[in-house]
Design a protein around this ligand. Sequence first.
Ligand SMILES: Cc1cc2nc3c(=O)[nH]c(=O)nc-3n(C[C@H](O)[C@H](O)[C@H](O)COP(=O)(O)OP(=O)(O)OC[C@H]3O[C@@H](n4cnc5c(N)ncnc54)[C@H](O)[C@@H]3O)c2cc1C
Length: 427
Amino acid sequence: MADAAPISKPIHIMGAGLSGLAAAIVLAKAGKEVHVHDVRADSGARFDGDFQALENWSMDDDFVDQLTAWGLDATAFKATTFDTVDLIHPDDTITQARTEGVAYRIVERGTSDHTIDQGFKRMALEAGAQLHYKSRVKEEDCTIIACGPKGTSAVAYGEIFRTDHPNHIAFQLNDRLAPGSYSYLIIIDGVGLICTCLWRKQRKSERFLNETIAWYEAHYPNLNRQPFKRVGGKGDFTINRNYKQDGRYYVGESGGLQDFMWGFGMRMAVWSGVLAARDILGEGDYEVEVRKQLMPYVRTSVANRWLMNRVGDRTFKRMCKAWMKDQKKRGDGLIWIGKLFRPTLFKRLLYRVVSPFMLENDPKAHGRGVRRMPFRAALKRDVWEPSEAAQAVGQQWDAIRRGGGHVSFTNDKESDGAGQENTAISS
Ligand SMILES: Cc1cc2nc3c(=O)[nH]c(=O)nc-3n(C[C@H](O)[C@H](O)[C@H](O)COP(=O)(O)OP(=O)(O)OC[C@H]3O[C@@H](n4cnc5c(N)ncnc54)[C@H](O)[C@@H]3O)c2cc1C
């Protein structure tokens, strides 16, 4: 009698976000028994209707082609493409960055059917993975750790509104409205988002969002904004000595695999989930592949972040001018920005020099040698009084909140599990 085929052990994944679900899809398709556990009630619940951008300039490969190559269905969720982006300089000049290809694909995060989270969830279920929501499991009992941020290195806050403005996207470099960072406006099919990112920790952080909204109102007079919720959350940026330890794979934000400069993380989340699954299937070594495929970009982004931490609006203005000049010369707005994200010898050396000073050890990281980029302290220039227009935006939101307007991120602490930091906006 022939030997019975070996029965493989079930694989438990902690976190049903993009990285955990990507891993689950690949594993379940290969016939593995996969259980994905999430503390929240559904995939995407962390984000509540937030728009996020899949940038398409940092690598030679188009993300959609990568998804297809990994056996993932890029049509399982709604993605709206943009070839033109308003680039807002710190002195309020507005120019356009353009490409003949795709600059951004905007996806929605959340629990609605068309979100990327639900698209991945459907793919996982179709592949045969078993999803367990409101399920709290121990890290030691899981093979893949995919539970998103633990600490806080930066935050982003946004307001979602109804609008009759046509689809539009704008990206603003402005150190006052978005300390160390950027703000953005995204409008898709009657729904808008104005968001500001804070790479320095602030008191009264709500004033940054109110002031940003007031700025967009003044410069985009046809928004007809009817706000109904505020969203946001934290980003965790870490470099890990080991991405695989004691038989466990740390993927996505749990492995710190994100762009340190501007916070793009979805692509690396999915990518790392796929790499972990492939290792389990005997198709490559996760530790080696993460270092080969992802870390050059992550290290470049650490060097970029170090540079960004040292500059303000004057350099942001120079960046905008250089970007536009390069676009004029080459006829494509993606080339300049793409170069900024690509690994170079200079960025590699800069990373080596600056990372010991930039990152702090996380003593709670199961001996994995996790070094986190701390949430930087506010600077003197971050202290300012809100304008009248921003105060009016704040009062408008207060009235909406009293009438039932939802704020998603105040619950970050409660729903993320132990060891999380609160990112609640403070007024
Ligand atoms: C406001 C904001 C805007 C952003 N904008 C962009 C953008 O425009 N473009 C971009 O590319 N990236 C963006 N990012 C980053 C991007 O969201 C993350 O990089 C990406 O979601 C990480 O995927 P993940 O799978 O690691 O985590 P997630 O997709 O967050 O999934 C983690 C899952 O784990 C669950 N979980 C948490 N704790 C536990 C636990 N203890 N046990 C079980 N489950 C748990 C959570 O509920 C969640 O479902 C943004 C982030 C924020 C906060």
